[in-house]
Structure formats: structure tokens, C-alpha cells
Design a protein around this ligand. Structure first.
Ligand SMILES: [Cu+2]
Length: 346
């Protein structure tokens, strides 16, 4: 079937199944009968992608400032969002309410130079891309999944062909990285890009690979600011029963749901603490941390911050309050479906 007659969106439109989300006014329907590989194979290769047989070599002109180089592979991962099977906030087992939680997910995994060896296990979220104003991020991306995916950054500067997003007929090679292929993204971090950001898949199957784990944190540091003593990167997202064989949605932070499974953050009184928070699902969340508050750049003081899909921010303070604290989303249906964790201050 030709590209014009059967693109991704029309295919999804006839595939049926549970409503996953709505983007740009179009409903995306995905259920367990939807085979992503099959779906991927229905998307024709855009002309510019077909014309570019190989990842083009980088010229020196592509790199401005200090080069921060990463090798990252998208790959399948066996994942358990609730490895302890318990919610430590309520002291209860989640077996009855949620059932089994082992799933087949996807992850961005960091490798050594030239993909010689993995630098650690595949995790959700993917590795931190860590840059400072003046750097250029050079990300060599290899796709080891059986379908077309990409990497798309937020916050940084990039030219049109480094967008990493599927644009139908007009897609560049970086917006359509097929199985077994590589693409090198060049993303610049000039003055004005400093901030707490993230990256995610924006390929032709968007948002299902993102919902399956293809996202990760990105930071552009301000060289005039001291580094914090402690910092944490927290991605708020959902594992949906529309995509995985789980009884109900797992409202998750960094790939895990329920206190004791989600990140347990730690600090000491006197520490300069930074938390970099981003939202990467279809919901609005809040970030609330008990016993604490922080000042935003505008000067206002916050103890519960609302953020929507694709939003990111930093909360930073000098730690002054010891104890075992909870941090969580204050949307109660999210909180009680897993979106909470410990913050332990000595
Ligand atoms: Cu929430």
C-alpha cells in the first residue's frame, strides 16, 4: 500500500482498541492486539530517508564549542515497575490491585565509544545527557528495536534536520531511524538554553514507544551557577493497561510505581539540593514535597507545582529539615496509583 493511502495516522484510525490518548485533535488507539512491528511496517519510508543510505559523517563545522559525545541505543528491556510488590506509603501489597507487573518495555541505553560495550543496564528513563552552556551534544543513536524510533530533544538548539521527529513525507533521516540503523544528532547548547530538559522518541509510532520507556533527562548547566551537592532527575509518566498486560495504570516516576520502588532520594541538612522534574505522559501532574518549598526564578515560593505534558522545571533549595518525607503527585488518583516516593534527610 502506498504512503499516501496508508500513513501511520490512518492506520491507527482503523485499528480500533482502547483509546490511549489524543494528540493534535487526533485519537490514537492502541491495544494489546496492536502489533507495533506490523504497524511500523505499514509506514512507508519517506523519500529523504530512502535517499540517505548512511548516517552522514559529521564535519567540523557541525560542532560548535565543546563536544559532549554519547552513544545511545534503543533496545527492548524486561522491566518491572513495582519490583518490591508493595506500596511502602500505605504498607500494603499491590498484588491484588495491580496483579503481575513484569512487562516488556523499551529503553535508551548508553554505550561506550563506538558502541563497544554498554556502560550499564538498560533503564527507564534513559541516561542523563549532561551539557553546559557552550557545549554541543553529539548523540550517536542506534536503533536495536524491531520498529522505527528516534530521539528528539527539548530545550536545546538544533537545525531542522536534527529535530528527530517524524514529519510524514517530509521526514529527515533523523526523524525515521529504522531497525538496525544509526543516526548522529547534533544539538547545540548556546546561551539561553540553560535549563532542566529531557528527550524522547518522536518517530512514526509516537506516542507508543515513549509510553513504553523511550525518554530520558537532559540538562544544560549554567556555568555561573555552582553545582548542587545532590541532584535528582524525575520523569513523571504512566504505564498504561492499553499497552501492557497490567490490570490498571501504573502512575510512575522514573519507570517505577509506588513508594519504595520509585526513587528514594537522600540529602543531609545543609546540602544544596536540586530536583529536575519533567512530565512525559498524557496527564497533568503536580510535584509536591513534604516539609519543603522552593523559590522560582520569578521570586514566588512554591510547595506544589503543576506541570503538563512536555513541561519541565527545577526545584532547588538549601536543605534545612531532617526526616523521612514523602514526595508525590497531588492528583489523588495518580498518588494512589503509584506516583509517590521517599525523600530522606539526615
Ligand atoms: Cu499526576
Amino acid at each position: 500500500m502506498g504512503f499516501d493511502s496508508m500513513d501511520r495516522k490512518s492506520f491507527l484510525g482503523v485499528a480500533g482498541g482502547a483509546l490511549l490518548c489524543t494528540i493534535g485533535g487526533k485519537q490514537y488507539k492502541v491495544d494489546s492486539e496492536t502489533d507495533l512491528a506490523e504497524l511500523s511496517s505499514k509506514v512507508a519510508v519517506p523519500p529523504k530517508v530512502a535517499a540517505a543510505k548512511n548516517d552522514p559523517p559529521l564535519s567540523k563545522a557541525d560542532i560548535v564549542g565543546t563536544r559532549k559525545e554519547y552513544w545511545i541505543q534503543a533496545e527492548p528491556v524486561a522491566w518491572n515497575p513495582v519490583p518490591k510488590h508493595r506500596d511502602q506509603m500505605l504498607g500494603t501489597s499491590i498484588k491484588k490491585t495491580v496483579g503481575k507487573t513484569k512487562i516488556q518495555a523499551m529503553a535508551y541505553r548508553q554505550y561506550d565509544a563506538n558502541f563497544s560495550k554498554p556502560l550499564g543496564p538498560a533503564t527507564i528513563p534513559g541516561p542523563l545527557l549532561d551539557a553546559t552552556v557552550g557545549d554541543t551534544l553529539v548523540v550517536h543513536f542506534r536503533n536495536a528495536l524491531p520498529y522505527t524510533v528516534t530521539m528528539h530533544p527539548h530545550g536545546v538548539f538544533y537545525s531542522n534536520e536534527m529535530d528527530g521527529s517524524y514529519k510524514g513525507y517530509w521526514s529527515d533521516p533523523g526523524g525515521f531511524v529504522q531497525r538496525g540503523r544509526t543516526f548522529t544528532y547534533v544539538w547545540e547548547c548556546p546561551e539561553g538554553t540553560q535549563g532542566s530538559w529531557f528527550y524522547h522518541d518522536h518517530g512514526p509510532l509516537d506516542p507508543t514507544p515513549l509510553y513504553s520507556g523511550l525518554f530520558g533527562p537532559l540538562i544544560v548547566r549554567d556555568p555561573d551557577e555552582p553545582l548542587p551537592d545532590r541532584e535528582y532527575f524525575l520523569g513523571f509518566h504512566t504505564f498504561s493497561p492499553g499497552l501492557f498486560p497490567i490490570k490498571s495504570a501504573l502512575y510512575s516516576i522514573n519507570g517505577r510505581a509506588y513508594t519504595g520502588n520509585t526513587p528514594t532520594m537522600q540529602a543531609k541538612v545543609g546540602d544544596d539540593v536540586a530536583m529536575h522534574v519533567y512530565g512525559i505522559d498524557n496527564d497533568f501532574h503536580t510535584f509536591h514535597i513534604h516539609g519543603h518549598r522552593w523559590q522560582e526564578p520569578a521570586g514566588n515560593v512554591v510547595d506544589n507545582k503543576t506541570f503538563g505534558p512536555g513541561d519541565s522545571f527545577r526545584a532547588r533549595w538549601i536543605e534545612d529539615n531532617p526526616g523521612r518525607w514523602l514526595y508525590h503527585c497531588h492528583v489523588f488518583s495518580h498518588l494512589h496509583a503509584g506516583m509517590s516516593g521517599w525523600y530522606i534527610v539526615e
